[in-house]
Every structure is written in structure tokens, then in C-alpha cells.
Design a binder for this molecule. Structure first.
Ligand code: ZN
Ligand code: ZN
Length: 380
């Protein structure tokens, strides 16, 4: 008999014919997801200093969060019961019941979440749930409505690996933000002379500021990305991102931690040091989260003339192509114009890559992939 986690995975990954509406699969899946979200959020409410993100404090203060969590837990109970009554997906249903039970026992009536005062290390459990819920609610339906590869499923091969990347980068939001801000912090401390320039930039219209941030970060990103492809030492880290063989909204999360640190730390320097308004920075952060999920998504459009001006799924999928014609092409994240300027643009009309991935022997799993470039360095 196989272990329980394996059987739960088998139920989640059930073939399409066995998870039609009425089989209990959808009820079980949503009960399970709502159970996890409910449990995570009651824990964030109970231990705000350790598990909640300070930037989400307004959500807690709004007074809407507690009733919303209670509704989620209630829905999880109800859907789990429906799933169990329909019969086929017992482990999914019972796991959801277990999660809903734990969440109910902890409850939402606990300590207030204001978590004011100095904070130590925290994990963004609430940020992970919000990020996952928003991305999933936007992209999972879009991938079903307009798929590029119709047969590809939500639970495709190696989905757990990419979920771990998504989980860790959201949970470690504080560490990632600290590293991201590192180079800018250094520059800010030694550039008081730029105060006039900063005041001028900060007074520009918001739209202009957001566009300027996008262009400046993309310009730095373009050359860094190209370096990650061209220099063997850096390629070993970036090969992890390219090792994904299935492309969807979750696949873009697969990034080695060193790459996140270097790329974020350097691309955000203009954004943090040139005096852009905090609102412009916040809008840009929201855009970059959504746009990078979108360009990896399994969303198809054969005729996308706009792919010459703004990065589309087809444009970035060609960057991930294993086809020889597409090697070292399409480095930009927002503006393909940069590839046109620097001679790396590739978007053949009406065609998609035949397959994705790299020839490098990148192992499967977050930890083996974390060690992969370091081991290869040791071997040299
Ligand atoms: Zn790349
Ligand atoms: Zn990518």
C-alpha cells in the first residue's frame, strides 16, 4: 500500500476523465485549498509577529478579514462533506476536513494582529496565501479558457517543485526584501548630492514614473539576464529557471536564490535611488508580479502583434524554447524593444516552440536544484 501523501497526490492529479463535475474532485480540491488558506490565516492572526506581513496590516485593520476567514473555513467544511458524499476522493475530503477542524479549533477570536513595535524575523504566511489566491484566481481560469497546450493540466509534471519555490519566495518576503534593498541602501548613503534630481523625478506624473521604472529596471535586467546566459558560472544558476519542461503561471517562480538576490538587488537600484514616489514603486511591484506570471502562463494567442511591443506568453515561451532557432533570444521581461535594439528578438509569426527545457543535467526538487550550481563549482 502506498503512503498517504502519495495517495493524496494521486487524487489531486487524477486523470481528466475521473475528475469531471459531480465526481467530488472539484469540491474536494476547493475544500482542501480553502482549508489550507483558512488554517494559514488563523495562524497568522494568532501569531502576528511571526507569521504576518507588516505591509498587510491595513487588511487586518479593515475588520473584514476575520469574517472572511470564518466564511472560508465554513465553506471548506461544507465542500469537504459534499466531496465525501460523492465518494471517490476520500483522502482529499478527509484531509480538507482535518484542515478545517484545526482552523476551527484555533479560531479567529485570538490576539489582535496589529503587531506594532519592532519586529524580528517573520514569515509571510498571509502574503503566501494572498499571493497564491490572487495568482490562482486570475491565471488558472485564463489557462483553461485560452490554453496554448490544451492537454496540460493544473497539476502537471513537477508542479510541486514550482509550488515550493512560490511558497519559499513568499514566506521569506522579509529576507528577499532586505537583500533586494542592499545595493540601493549602500548607494543612498553616499549620494546626498542627488537630492535635487530626486525631488524632480518624484514630482513627475505617476504614469510617467511607473513607465520610467519599468524601462530602467528592464534595461538592467536585459543585460544581467544576457550575462546569466553567456557566462558559464552564472548559467549554472539560471539553468534552474530554464529546467522547467512545462510552462504555466507557476513555472516562473522557479529561480535559484542567488539569481533572485543578484537580479533583484541590481535591477531595483534606479527604482529605489532616483526618488520615485512610493506609490509608483508599489504599482510597479504589483505589475511585475502579474506580468512575470503572465509571460510564463500556458495562455495561447497565435496572432499577437502586441508581442513586438510588450512581452506576451508566446514571446517569453520562445525564450524558454529548447528549439535550436531560439537559443539566447528574448531576454527582456517587459519590453521586447530592447531585444530588437540589441539584436536578440525572435517571434516567428503564428508559431510556438516545439518543447521547453535545457540539456543541462538539472535535478528535480528545490534542494537538489539549490545545490546544483554549487556542486558543479566544487567539481571544477
Ligand atoms: Zn533566461
Ligand atoms: Zn522565464
Amino acid at each position: 500500500m502506498t503512503a498517504r501523501p502519495d495517495r493524496l497526490l494521486a487524487e489531486l492529479e487524477a486523470p481528466r476523465a475521473l475528475r469531471r463535475f459531480g465526481s467530488g474532485w472539484y469540491a474536494g480540491l476547493f475544500a482542501f485549498l480553502l482549508g489550507i488558506a483558512g488554517l494559514g490565516l488563523v495562524l497568522s492572526l494568532r501569531f502576528p509577529a511571526l507569521l504576518s506581513t507588516p505591509e498587510l496590516a491595513p487588511v487586518y485593520r479593515s475588520g473584514l478579514l476575520r469574517p472572511a476567514i470564518q466564511a472560508m473555513i465554513l465553506a471548506s467544511w461544507a465542500l469537504a462533506v459534499v466531496s465525501l458524499l460523492l465518494g471517490r476522493y476520500r483522502l482529499l475530503g478527509t484531509s480538507a476536513l482535518g484542515l478545517a477542524l484545526c482552523a476551527s479549533l484555533i479560531g479567529t477570536g485570538a490576539p489582535d494582529s496589529s503587531a506594532a513595535g519592532p519586529r524580528g524575523l517573520f514569515f509571510g504566511v498571509d502574503f503566501f496565501i494572498l499571493n497564491m489566491a490572487l495568482s490562482g484566481l486570475i491565471f488558472a481560469p485564463l489557462e483553461r479558457l485560452w490554453p496554448h497546450i490544451r492537454e496540460q493540466r493544473l497539476f502537471r509534471g513537477e508542479w510541486q517543485v514550482d509550488l515550493v519555490y512560490f511558497l519559499l519566495s513568499s514566506m521569506l518576503v522579509q529576507v528577499v526584501a532586505f537583500i533586494t534593498f542592499g545595493p540601493s541602501r549602500l548607494l543612498l548613503a553616499h549620494s546626498e548630492a542627488l537630492a535635487g534630481v530626486r525631488a524632480a523625478i518624484g514630482s513627475l506624473p505617476l504614469v510617467v514614473q511607473v513607465l520610467a521604472i519599468m524601462l530602467l529596471t528592464d534595461l538592467i535586467q536585459y543585460w544581467l539576464h544576457r550575462a546569466f546566459h553567456r557566462l558559464p558560472f552564472l548559467w549554472r544558476f539560471h539553468a534552474v529557471h530554464h529546467s522547467a519542461r512545462a510552462m504555466d503561471w507557476l513555472a516562473g517562480s522557479r529561480l535559484h536564490f542567488l539569481e533572485i538576490a543578484v537580479v533583484r538587488g541590481l535591477t531595483t537600484v534606479p527604482m529605489f535611488t532616483l526618488g520615485f514616489a512610493p506609490e509608483a514603486v508599489q504599482i510597479y511591484v504589483a505589475i511585475v508580479y502579474l506580468h512575470s506570471a503572465l509571460i510564463h502562463a500556458n495562455i495561447g494567442a497565435e496572432r499577437d502583434w502586441w508581442g513586438h511591443w510588450i512581452a506576451t506568453p508566446r514571446y517569453h515561451h520562445w525564450h524558454h524554447a529548447a528549439d535550436a532557432e531560439a537559443v539566447d533570444r528574448n531576454f527582456a521581461i517587459h519590453f521586447p524593444l530592447l531585444d530588437k535594439l540589441f539584436g536578440t528578438f525572435h517571434l516567428p509569426p503564428g508559431r510556438w516552440p516545439s518543447h521547453y527545457g535545457v540539456a543541462d543535467p538539472v535535478p528535480v526538487g528545490w534542494w537538489p536544484q539549490f545545490l546544483y550550481p554549487l556542486r558543479r563549482m566544487g567539481r571544477r
